[in-house]
Design a protein. Structure first.
Length: 40
């Protein structure tokens, strides 16, 4: 999911940047889920 998201974001840009953005988005989503688990 993160890989394909990164590739989609990286269209027209270097693939490395796209995959990096995808990985950051996945990590951010995981942080949100973990924080919600702790809050609730």
């Amino acid at each position: 999911m993160g890989y394909y998201g990164g590739v989609g974001v990286g269209c027209g840009k270097p693939v490395g940047i796209g995959t990096s953005v995808g990985a950051i988005l996945v990590l951010f989503i995981l942080l949100v889920i973990i924080s919600r688990a702790f809050l609730y």
